[in-house]
Structure formats: C-alpha cells, structure tokens
Design a protein around this ligand. Structure first.
Ligand code: MIC
Ligand code: SF4
Length: 647
C-alpha cells in the first residue's frame, strides 16, 4: 500500500496497536530532548522510575529557558541537570549553547528517526524529515527509560507548496498563512506533511520555522521529506552520514490536501493575542512599535539574523524602539560573529542577548506598559512577554527589520530592493559546550539545590468524587494561563508547592486560595483547553491544589495527556450547551466512578440545580488504568511490583 511519509516512519517504529486513524498506538522513541524548565521534573521522575541509564539511542538535556539567574534557583537547576545527565547517560548542552530545537536540528536530528521532547516545539525537527513530538516530562522520562510513547493515530494533512517566495516574504509567512486558514485548532489530531515543487527552494532552517509553528496549529507533528536540501544541510553540519532519502509514496493518501502558492504570499503578522489572528502587515495600519525582538526557536537561525542585519545595514534602529536579538544557537552566534554580522547588528543598535529563549518566555526584556512588541517568535498570548497589557505581533525577520527602522508596523517591501544574501554558508562547528555522558555514570552524585523538591504524587481515583466548580473559563485557554512563564515564576518549576501559588494568576489571583479552601475542585472550560506548551506543571500544580477533574468542550493533546499522567480526570461535555449551566461554587458529584468509566458516558450530578450533566471520557483502556492508579508514576510502580511478584 502507498504510504505517506508520516505513516512510513510510524510503521518503522510501531510497537503496539494498529495504524488505524483514531486508535491508540505505541511507538518506540529513538531520541529525546528535555530543556531546563521541564527537564528537572523529567529527570526527577526518571529517578523515581528507578532507572540506571537512559535506553534511547540518544538523549540530550538542554539548558536554554531559565537562563536569567536572579536568585540561586535556576543555577541550582542547571547544576542538577548537568549531574543528572552524567548520572543517567544523556548529553548535556550547557547554558549558552543555544535553544534546544535549533541545536538539535544542527547537531543531532536525523531523517526517519523519532524524537520525543518535553517541549511543545519539538516538531521543529520535522524540518529534517523526522517525527518530533512534544510531550510532558513524565512521558519523556518513560521514553528515556526505554518505554514506548502512546499516541492516537493522527490524520495526515498534506500541504503542497508551489512556486517561489517573492522578495521580503519568508518561511514565517507560509506558516502564518496556514494559521490564518486553519486556526489554532486546525491541526488538532493531525500531522502536517509538506510537499510540492516549492520545497526545492526552502532550506532546512526555513522548513524548521514552518514545522515549529505547527505546534500553534495544535498539530501532533509536522514533517518535510528528506531530500537533497536535507543532505546539503547535514553535509554543512559535517553529518551527512545521518542522511537518508525519505518521501511519501507517489499514490499516498491524505485526509485532506491544501495548496499554498508561494508566489501569492505577502508579509503577514499575527495580531494580539493569538497566533491565528493573521493579517497582511500592510492592512494593520500605522501601529507605533516600542520593541522588536528577533530570535527564538522559530526565527533564530543564521539566515534570519543575516536578513535582519542586511536590511538594517548602515542604518540605526528608530529612537522609539528597543531592538533585542537572541541568536538561536552558539553556532549561529559564532558564525555571524566571524562574518562581521554581529558588528553590523550592534552598529544598527541591536541589543545582543545570549543564545536562549529569553524574551519569548518572558525571561527578561519585558516590554513597557501598554507597549507594542513585534516578535519573530511563535506565541503572542496575553501576558507571555512579562507585561500584562503589552500587545505582541508575530512576524518574520523582514517585517521585524522594517518595524525596527520605521518605529511602526511596516510592510518590509517598503524598504526597497531585497538585500543580496549568500545562498549557502559554512557554519562554524564547535561542540565543546556539549558534554558527552561518561560510559558508566553510576558513581556520579546528583547535586540537588534547596528549591528542588520531590515530585508530588496523586491518590488512586476514589469511587465517588464530590467537587466544587473552582473556575469557568473560555475557549483556547493556554498553559500560560494555567501556569505562567516569566522570570519570577519559571524558577519555581522544580518546586510544585511554591509554583501552585501562581496557578491561573492572570485570570483569577484568588484561585489558589479558593482551591485550597474547597480541597476538591473542578475546572469548567471551553474548546481547546490547555493549548500551547507541554509543561506538565499545568497539570501538576492544579493537582497539588486539589483539582480532581476538568470538564471541557475539548482538550489540547499534550495537556490532556498530562492531566491523565497526574490522575486528573479530563471529561468532555456531551452537549457543549451544558457549559452554560456551570458557575463558580457549584457543587458536582460523580458516583460509581469505576462502573461509569467502563462505559464512555459519565453522569455528573449538579447538586444545587438538581440536574445531571452528561459527559464523556474519550480515554483509552491504558489511560483509564493510569487514572485509576492516580497517575503514571503510581501506575508504572504498580506494574513493576506485579512483575516482581510474578504471575
Ligand atoms: C513555551 O514555548 O511555552 C515553552 C516554555 O517552551 C514550553 C515549555 C515549558 O513550559 O517549559 C513549551 O512550549 O512546551
Ligand atoms: Fe524557547 Fe520560545 Fe521556543 Fe518555547 S517557543 S522553546 S520558550 S524559544
């Protein structure tokens, strides 16, 4: 049978189940990545699983998120992660080496492999023809321990790219166009597979920009074929041995096909506060800009910064704008430095930041009150920049350069002729900021700072749950709403008790106190609850506050898996109109839970109103067992015990 590229790779990695759309399968994972904001939990959980050594072909622990060291917490986490990588056999990418997705693409990614990462933008690796999937830290810990990863067989959506991009229009505009057409829910349950003659002119970093923001579509992953462009990229990285050609079969089937004619695209921007509020830059009107930020795992590559520098060369940033640049990796920074491009950027007034996530996750460079910030990043959720009332527009580096020069949102085509850039470049390869694991790490001691606390565990699911509705929220609630980023809160990622004080901070600062007072709570939500990041903290911290269930119109994939992993019941309204019946403080009760979970429907008594709300659980038998055990750690331990006791 003719296979699409996604199914080809999934078939090669299938260890359980059948490749039938909608059913649950398990795939083996070749590579994993973690980053520091999710990595401490992942490694603490790996410890809790009692593992001696990672079982994957390759696991890498990156430090790129929590790099501002205002207090000891982040630095302590870095030290713990370095010791854990050595202890358990993972590579350690030191702070300063770059953003996990960019570095992984450059130094480790390989066509045809599977990569599981505790970061939602792990699909960036799809730019190299591999399947990258974002997951919670516990799922990644299980994969490091040699366990498979479970996922629902996705639909595959084919996007044909035809023609060539006009000057000043880039890869970011392609993915913004897709977000405009499909919305932040358009990719849910899907892998997005790219093809078409237009690929020939898209480099691997450009493909990676597109695959990266598939996460904003809600897609499970995004993938490009592995072709001669891929070979050229791997060759430039001195890694052509990792290349293998890979493409979909000629007659391969897709759920749906979309064609984008690249020649018809124009510079686009996502307006506040959602990556799918996309409009042509020229239509956004004269909007005064206060900050321009270039970098991140979306647009922090050599060519992105090269274009920025060339567009600004000889000119200086507008007096009303602060321009910050964070190169995606140390390789990018060294290569640009060698060519004098960093000097050009400094002369143009850029404030060069370290190679890290930085402003993308509110780790510094929060814009002024009410500011407009133009960012080449992937998310513009309200408050994510660190300033609650800032307005963030997402663009490519060309529109960012235009905004930096003019001080207002400007179509970059107004800048005149497109700068001549070298088509190819030879990166400077220097892996000395990457530490290989020792052959045998058993003698390495783990270094734990005082802010690193044990992972809290949930209780097995009781027969009867009585809860109060703690919060009723709208559609598209992000994990940034549930557990915010920012330089004040991110250092608490290894200390769930302290972190839980910030749950839903932007929506309702009384939430933690109310949850504690009631002791047992439920969150009612609209569509796509938990979109955005992979942070399992958005399940762990509510769990620590006594949240027992979330009743939503629909869930984002990673967040739903995280809720299950920590024993919180994710329920879906049978009739979405019932959402209107719920208010904060309502008392709900679910009886005979195990019997009800045997079927798919769950009846919830609305005690005050004297009515019943029907819900569904849409969980696999495996997920039900995990929930009943009170989460994946408990479940894995139980399985270990029963294996030890024998049949
Ligand atoms: C993000 O972009 O939101 C993050 C920070 O990279 C997260 C991971 C995290 O919360 O640590 C993600 O995308 O998964
Ligand atoms: Fe880092 Fe931003 Fe990319 Fe998340 S989206 S990995 S915070 S650069």
């Amino acid at each position: 049978m003719a296979d699409n590229l996604t199914y080809k790779i999934l078939k090669e990695h299938l260890v359980e189940g059948e490749l039938k759309k909608g059913s649950e399968i398990a795939v083996c994972i070749d590579q994993t990545l973690t980053q520091d904001a999710t990595g401490t939990m992942a490694y603490l959980q790996l410890e809790a699983l009692g593992v001696e050594k990672v079982q994957t072909e390759l696991s890498v622990s990156y430090v790129d998120h929590n790099t501002l060291q205002n207090g000891f917490e982040n630095a302590d986490d870095h030290r713990y992660l370095q010791s854990a990588a050595a202890r358990f056999g993972a590579w350690f990418s030191r702070p300063g080496n770059g953003i996990c997705h960019q570095v992984h693409l450059e130094r480790f990614g390989a066509p045809g492999k599977t990569l599981l990462g505790s970061d939602s933008h792990t699909p960036t690796a799809g730019g190299l023809g591999m399947i990258g999937i974002g997951a919670g830290g516990l799922d990644v810990a299980v994969a490091m321990a040699g366990g498979p990863f479970y996922l629902v067989v996705p639909e595959v959506l084919r996007v044909n790219l035809e023609g060539t991009l006009p000057p000043w229009v880039g890869a970011k505009d392609i993915i913004l166009e897709l977000l405009r057409r499909l919305s932040v829910r358009g990719g849910i349950g899907k892998v997005i597979e790219y093809g078409g003659a237009g690929l020939e002119n898209l480099s691997v970093p450009e493909r990676a920009t597109i695959a990266n923001m598939g996460a904003e579509l809600g897609a499970t992953s995004s993938i490009f074929p592995s072709d001669l462009v891929t070979l050229q990229f791997l060759r430039s990285q001195g890694r052509e041995d990792s290349w293998r050609p890979l493409e979909a079969d000629q007659q391969a089937c897709y759920e749906r096909e979309i064609t984008i004619n690249l020649g018809e695209l124009e510079p686009l921007a996502a307006a506040p506060h959602s990556p799918d509020s996309v409009k042509p830059v020229r239509e956004l009107g004269p909007v005064k800009v206060d900050q321009v930020a270039v970098g991140s795992c979306t647009n922090g590559s050599y060519h992105d910064l090269r274009l920025l520098a060339a567009a600004m060369k000889g000119r200086v940033v507008h007096p009303g704008v602060s321009l910050v640049v964070s190169p995606g990796s140390r390789q990018v920074l060294i290569s640009l430095t060698r060519e004098g491009v960093i000097e050009d950027l400094i002369r143009s007034g850029a404030r060069i930041l370290e190679t890290a996530c930085g402003p993308c996750i509110g780790m510094g460079q929060a814009p002024p009150s009410g500011a407009v910030s133009v960012r080449t990043f992937n998310r513009n959720f309200a408050g994510r920049s660190g300033t609650a009332d800032a307005l963030v527009y997402l663009t490519g580096p060309a529109a960012a350069a235009a905004a930096a020069l003019r001080g207002e949102l400007t179509d970059p085509r107004e800048l005149g002729s497109y700068p001549l850039l070298p088509a190819e470049y030879t990166p400077v390869i220097d892996d000395r900021m990457m530490i290989a694991p020792p052959e045998d790490g058993r003698a390495v001691s783990l270094v734990r700072g005082p802010n690193i606390r044990p992972v809290p565990l949930n209780q097995p699911l009781p027969e009867k749950i009585g809860v109060k509705v703690l919060l009723v929220v709208d559609d598209n609630i992000t994990t940034d709403h549930i557990v915010p980023g920012g330089s004040n809160v991110l250092p608490l990622r290894s200390n769930i008790e302290a972190l839980s004080e910030h749950v839903f901070a932007a929506l309702d600062c009384n939430f933690p106190a109310r949850a504690r007072e009631h002791g047992s709570g439920l969150i009612a939500a609209g569509e796509n609850y938990g979109q955005g990041s992979s942070r399992e903290h958005a399940a762990l911290a509510p769990m620590a506050l006594g949240v027992k269930a979330v009743l939503a119109k629909s869930f984002a994939r990673i967040h739903k898996a995280n809720l299950v992993n920590f024993g919180i019941l994710p329920l879906v309204f049978n009739d979405p109109a019932d959402y209107e019946k719920l208010s904060v403080g309502d008392e709900l009760q679910i009886d005979q839970l195990s019997d009800q979970l045997e079927g798919s429907k769950i009846s919830i008594d609305h005690v005050g109103r004297g009515c019943v709300i029907e819900a569904e659980h849409r969980l696999s038998p495996r997920q039900l067992k995990i929930l009943k055990a009170g989460g994946l750690l408990n479940y894995t331990r139980l399985q270990g015990n029963s294996a030890e006791e024998g049949p």
